[in-house]
Design a protein around this ligand. Sequence first.
Ligand code: PLP
Length: 381
Amino acid sequence: MNASPNKVTIDLSALKYNLLKIRELVGKETRIMGIVKSDAYGHGLIPIARELEKLHIDSLGVDYISEAIKLRTGGVKTPVVVLLGISTPQESKNVVDYKLTPVIFDLDSARMLSEEGKKSGKTITAYLKIDTGMGRLGIDFQETGLFLKQLMGIKGIKIEGLFSHLSSADQQDNTFTKTQIKNFKDAISVSCKLGIELTMNNLANSAGIMRYKETHFDLVRPGIMLYGGLPCPGFADPPPLRGVMTFCSSVVQVREVEHGTPISYGRTFYTDGSRKIAIISAGYADGLSRSMSNKGQVLIHGQKTRIIGRICMNLTIADVTPIKGVKRGDRVFFLGMEKGNTITVDDMARWADTISYEALCSIGSRNKREYINEKEISQDS
Ligand SMILES: Cc1ncc(COP(=O)(O)O)c(C=O)c1O
């Protein structure tokens, strides 16, 4: 993280609002696993996990054992699911010691967990990762029966539920998602026929939660929705969500420049008429995507205005000709709301030709974070 004056603000009341929206969508019976991997998508692992715990989230999902240990040593008691499972005996010991729930997708890790369980006399509760079409981690859904039969020969492992991931639920065309749902249901019925009782089957990410009720099963796994972002820019008919992160910087210089003045590296922009420009103290080293050069916008005095020229390592230039009285030290929002105007993370993602996930992770990990509205949550819950 750099030592810049730029600031990320995390609004914990927005996190609460988004979780309530998710609860409304999935209903009371469906459990919720809040995905807090990658430093809670740049929002801060421990503060976000603590708030979600206060809000009675059912479980938390992280990628690595190291993140799970951070949660436990940070005082988080909620069940923690390790999405990438374990790969060494030490990690399987960590599962027992820190009371973690791993995801399993091969027999080797199941054996390691079983060994560790035997030593401590404990049954290890885990999820079984099935690939229903994502083409990533997991066992092929058609091999569910075979795998489970082998797993039944390994003592001390209890599978709570099948776990799979959707690849295309954000897209308008629902054909592939319907196929994944069918494959998942097939895998569940094979498991039932083997007499395995599954109570925590789960498939839905944020896009699944918002668009396909039939993906909710026993448990859903929202990530981006919790943080107020969408699975892709232009995602159709989202529920109302509130951005949790804002990012602001400040003006370091205001200049009047003549018609035809080249702006920034590579002279990709020449002023069209005499203009007033603001030089802002944030750039790609602070997490802004360079792809927003000549495309993105900022909010100054609550007004949106365009970014001109290339975004530099720690500086960005905006055309402030239409905005009265801009001066050195004025606040500039790259992400957030001011005087009723908003730049959302999905706006940023669209300008940068990326997704909100990437924008949040890169801004959140590179700047000082301040948390607000924590009290309100503590009092309410
Ligand atoms: C396995 C798994 N489940 C759930 C999620 C959450 O997805 P989203 O942020 O789209 O809700 C992710 C994120 O990539 C994931 O990898």
